[in-house]
Structure formats: structure tokens, C-alpha cells
Design a protein around this ligand. Structure first.
Ligand code: ARG
Length: 588
């Protein structure tokens, strides 16, 4: 069952009052009050309505308020300022709302009125390179967007879009040749068969890749060799393809482990190379449409527009040395996805610094008639910064391996959890499980609770705090509700929730705010709005816990009501955490 959000219902009621005054019911849009001390909700529509009808807003406000005052939905309707209608709900009406959420198997989640077929491109690691700090946000944000969109009703295909086709592949082939020139892969006269066993391990790749990159940077001949190896690989030279297959397999296993540890998964493990068969038809399509131009030996699509305020360079389809590049594989991938998945929209969770790249690709896709630009979205994100507020780097200036961050977080979590839980009778095993979940919750919540587009500073101690807007605080809140219910022997069957106390009232309003928060998070593709809601909900429950009796409430009906309210809160909170990709321990 999908729940109609409280805001929508109230807007409908207030809209009818506007309609009864011969005004557009759309003026009846209700929002949460800016002044919770005065009212729970407000409608500002009288101001806009008066502007349109060229009358006095206060008069319209009064007429609307008069129509609403009699309704049993409201305990109070009043007029403020130039014509704001302030609304406070009747406790019985609120009880009806929360009992619906309690009975809802989606725990009050919003459902999209028009579910879509979505391709979500996130992860984007590169073959032969271990994940670095830059890969964390795309993984964590992408995973949560996937879960959010699925919860809303969309059909989402998550694709990792492995970087396996660029010049680093040729660099690596040449580096292996440097070290092991006698391997059969380099003998152009030989067309196989090649050994089944990889000549390199994951550790070898991690060592070889930086050597290869440095060599090509320092030595022009090496660079030229690597470039031609890349185009030979792309053209299908058997030895290179066979060696490259080994790179992919070895890397895939290592990457899979890293993503498993993060609780991040992909439906497709396609790479840039999977788009290769689409390059030829793509080139043909561009040629047929007259969109391909020559530029210093390269073939490009011009995407600049007259209205552009900044320079948007052409998208290079084929480089001077005959290779396809990052942009051309992205465009070919759009063709691949269109033909095989037929999505309504394609979303890319990629570093905001790649904005120009996506601008070029999206424009080219639109120009070629492959896919409309307004259905392609680059969901850029900011950087994770060190204490100096600059993007995290190693001492040598390379991006920091993700392992280093994860280990810091893990050690911090073990410390924090052992100190705070040491006398509570947990086994070593339980402590290890709790620490792992606390560490992951701290990391993910810190990342997700920052608006996607901003940068943030990595701060283990702050992220691990059990107080404030942190992952551990939310885990603690969720676990506390679980153990409360366990102690009470569960919530009584068919208990009705009543609203009798200000803390209950606020908690019910918080529960009802899930649907609109989720709808906005979805529309803006902004998971931090879910984090905000989870935090408000946990705080509202803490207040109830501090100010009302629950287990030891002597009035049976009230006790049952509060337990049912706790259960409903716990369910919604767990759903939120799950949607953020955060696992909750059974106890802590
Ligand atoms: N592999 C790329 C990088 O490390 C990210 C890929 C993002 N996805 C895409 N379709 N371009 O920068």
C-alpha cells in the first residue's frame, strides 16, 4: 500500500477551501510551519492568490480560514501576518495518520506516481588499480540512490562501468613486457593458445601500474609504445587481448572483495570495453548525420553552442593514434544501454570535476539522436578532504588508497566500541561485529549526510561520535528501540496508537514527514535529505523516551499505544538506514 502523504492530504483539504472561494485549489499547498511554536503547518497561498486576483491577501486568508475552522481535522486554524493560514491538527486525526503508517508494509515510504526504468552508473573503478579515496563517494552515494529509487518503485540497473579500455591498459601491457619479455603474449607471430594462468597477481598489478604510468610520463618512447599497444589492444591483437583478460579477471576478484566489504553491489559489471562493438555503428551514425569533423588528425564531434558562456571543447571520438577515448566509450555505452536496456533515464554518479566531460557526452548523444539530453544526468559530488581541507593525497601526491581510510575507521570503531561496551557482557565475536557495523555506519552516514555536491573533511573522531548527527547515534537509536520491544515482549497485536502527549505528537509528525522527505530526496537525487529525516525521527523518539513512560506505563491501553508507536518508529528508522546502505546490529 502506498501512503498518501499527510502534506498532500492537507493540501487537498485547504485547496478545496480555496476552490470554494472560486480560487485555484493549487493555492492550497500546505507546508510544515516555519514557526512550530505557533502551528504545525501553514499555507501561504492567500498571498499569491491575492496578487493574481488583485485583492487583499488578508481577506482571502480570512475567508479560507473561516471555511477550515469548522473542520474536525484541525484543532486550531488562525491567520498570521499578511495572510498566512496557520494550521494545527486534531490529535484524533494525527492518531488516524500514524495508525495508517503503522499498518503500512512500506512504513510510510513515498511511492513514485510514475516509476521509471533507470540505468545508474556508479563505482567506476579502473582495472589494475586498487580503489582510492575518490571511489568511496560514488560507491556509497550510488548504492543509496539505487536503493532509494527502488523503494520509490523504479526499476534500476546499477552498472559499475569499469575503466578497462583506456591508455593505462597499453601502459600496463608494455610494463609487463619490460619485466617478462619472453611471455608468449608479446610474440606477434603467435596467435595463441595462451596460458590459462595469469602471469600477474593483484599485488603485481598494484606494483606495475604506478611504474608504467611513471615510465610513460618520463619517457617519450615508452609513451608512444604504450599508445600503440592501446590501439593494438582495441583493434584485437590476440596476445594483448589475452593478457588484458588476465588483468581484468585478477582485478575483478580484488574489486569484488573491496565492494563486498563496503556493502555495495552492482547488477552489471560491464566495462568501457563492452561498448567497443558499438563504436563502429556509432561512427557510422555520426558520419551519416554529418556530425564528425577532422581536427589535427583526430575525429571529433563539435558540441559547442552559441549560448555557451564557457568554452565547451569538441568530443574526441578517435584520437590521432586511432584509439577510442573516455568520451567515445561513454557515448558508445549510451548506444549499448539504449539498445539492450531501453532505460527512461541514465544517471552518472561521478566526481563533480568531470562535469565538462559529461556535458560533452550528453550533448553529443542528443545531437546524434541517441538519447535526449534531458534524460541524462550527471550527479556530481564533492571531494573528501584531509585536515587541511584539500583533497586527500598520499605524501607522494597520489590519491590515497581507500584501504588507508577504511583501516583508520575500523581501528577507531574498535577503540570506541570496546571502551563504551566493554562491561556490557558482549562476547569478543559480538564486539567485532558491532565495531564493524559502527565503523561502516559512521563512514557512510558522514558521507551521505553531507549534501552530495559539497566537499567535506574526513574526521574519524567526529564521525564515530555516539552523539549528534552521526551514524553511530542512529544505530544506537535503532538498537534501543529493538531492545525496548524485546524487553516488553513485543508490541501487543492490533494495538491502536493514541496521541496524548506533546512528545507523541512530535513523533507522529516526524513519522508523517518521511514521505515528503523521501520525495524530495528522490527528485533532487540527494540522499542527505534522508539522513536529515532519519536524524529528526531518532531525536523525536529520544524525546518520547525521556519524557513518557513506555514499558512501565500502568495504563494498559497507553502502554500498548506507546509500544506500537515505538515499533512503527523502529521500522521506519531501519528502513531508512537500509536505504542508506547501513546495517544495524542486533544489540549494542
Ligand atoms: N573510471 C572513471 C574514473 O576513474 C570513472 C567512470 C565514471 N563513469 C562513466 N560512465 N564515465 O575517472
Amino acid at each position: 500500500m502506498a501512503i498518501v502523504s499527510l502534506i498532500d492530504r492537507l493540501s487537498h483539504i485547504v485547496g478545496a477551501a480555496f476552490a470554494a472561494e472560486s480560487l485555484d485549489p493549487a493555492f492550497g499547498r500546505v507546508q510544515v510551519s516555519d514557526r512550530p511554536d505557533l502551528a504545525q503547518f501553514q499555507c501561504n497561498g492567500a498571498l499569491a492568490a491575492a496578487k493574481q486576483a488583485k485583492t487583499n491577501p488578508r481577506a482571502i486568508g480570512e475567508a479560507v480560514a473561516a471555511r477550515l475552522s469548522g473542520r474536525e481535522v484541525f484543532s486550531d486554524v488562525s491567520l498570521a501576518g499578511p495572510g498566512f493560514v496557520n494550521l494545527t491538527l486534531n490529535d484524533d486525526y494525527l492518531a488516524g495518520i500514524v495508525n495508517e503508517i503503522a499498518a503500512d508494509d512500506r512504513h510510510g515510504a513515498w511511492a513514485s506516481p510514475a516509476p521509471q526504468k533507470v540505468v545508474l552508473d556508479y563505482g567506476g573503478p579502473n582495472v589494475a588499480k586498487p580503489l582510492h579515496v575518490g571511489h568511496l563517494r560514488t560507491a556509497v552515494i550510488g548504492e543509496s540512490l539505487k536503493r532509494l529509487m527502488r523503494l520509490a518503485g523504479d526499476t534500476v540497473t546499477g552498472d559499475i562501468h569499469l575503466g578497462d579500455w583506456g591508455k593505462q591498459m597499453g601502459q600496463l601491457i608494455m610494463q609487463v613486457k619490460q619485466e617478462m619479455p619472453d611471455l608468449p603474449y608479446f610474440n606477434a607471430a603467435l596467435a595463441g593458445p595462451y596460458p590459462d594462468e595469469s602471469p600477474v597477481t593483484l599485488a603485481d598489478l598494484a606494483r606495475l601500474y604506478p611504474l608504467a604510468a611513471a615510465a610513460c610520463k618520463a619517457d617519450q618512447t615508452r609513451d608512444v609504445e604504450a599508445r600503440s599497444a592501446t590501439s593494438d589492444l582495441q583493434a584485437g591483437r590476440p596476445g594483448y587481448r589475452a593478457l588484458w583478460q588476465h588483468f581484468i579477471q585478477v582485478s575483478h576478484a580484488g574489486l569484488k572483495r573491496e565492494y563486498d566489504d563496503l556493502g555495495v553491489s552492482f547488477d552489471l559489471w560491464h566495462g568501457e570495453s563492452d561498448a567497443h562493438p558499438y563504436v563502429e555503428p556509432l561512427i557510422k551514425l555520426l558520419e551519416d548525420k554529418g556530425l564528425l569533423a577532422d581536427s589535427e588528425g583526430a575525429r571529433v564531434v563539435v558540441v559547442a553552442r552559441e549560448a555557451d558562456k564557457k568554452d565547451i571543447p569538441p568530443l574526441i571520438m578517435i584520437s590521432q593514434d586511432g584509439s577510442v577515448l573516455y568520451g567515445s566509450t561513454d557515448l558508445a555505452t549510451i548506444m549499448d544501454r539504449t539498445q539492450n536496456l531501453d532505460p527512461d533515464i541514465m544517471l552518472y554518479v561521478v566526481d563533480a570535476r568531470q562535469a565538462q566531460h559529461f556535458e560533452q557526452v550528453f550533448r553529443a548523444a542528443d545531437k546524434a539522436g541517441l538519447f535526449a539530453e534531458d534524460r541524462l544526468e550527471h550527479l556530481g559530488f564533492g571531494t573528501i578532504n584531509g585536515p587541511d581541507n584539500k583533497p586527500f593525497k598520499t605524501r607522494d601526491g597520489d590519491a590515497l588508497p581507500l584501504r588507508v581510510l577504511l583501516d583508520q575507521m575500523k581501528d577507531g570503531a574498535i577503540d570506541r566500541v570496546t571502551t563504551s561496551l566493554q562491561d556490557k557482557g558482549f562476547s569478543q565475536e559480538e564486539l567485532a561485529d558491532i565495531s564493524a557495523k559502527v565503523g561502516m555506519a559512521a563512514l557512510k552516514f558522514a558521507d551521505l549526510s553531507n549534501p552530495r555536491t559539497t566537499n567535506y573533511i574526513f574526521d574519524v573522531d567526529k564521525f564515530l561520535s555516539f552523539e549528534g548527527k552521526t551514524g553511530p547515534y542512529l544505530l544506537y537509536a535503532a538498537v534501543r528501540i529493538k531492545s525496548l520491544l524485546e524487553k516488553a515482549g513485543g508490541a501487543p497485536e492490533a494495538a491502536q496508537i493514541m496521541v496524548t502527549d506533546p512528545a507523541e505528537r512530535d513523533l507522529v509528525l516526524a513519522l508523517a514527514a518521511f514521505a515528503p522527505a523521501m520525495a524530495t530526496a528522490y527528485d533532487k537525487r540527494m540522499p542527505h535529505l534522508l539522513c536529515d529525516h532519519a536524524y529528526t525521527l531518532a531525536q523525536a523518539f529520544s524525546k518520547l523516551y525521556a519524557s513518557c513512560r513506555i514499558i512501565d506505563e500502568s495504563n494498559h491501553t497507553l502502554r500498548a499505544s506507546r509500544l506500537a508507536l515505538a515499533l512503527t518508529t523502529g521500522q521506519q528508522l531501519e528502513l531508512l538506514l537500509q536505504t542508506l546502505g547501513i546495517d544495524v546490529p542486533d544489540r549494542m
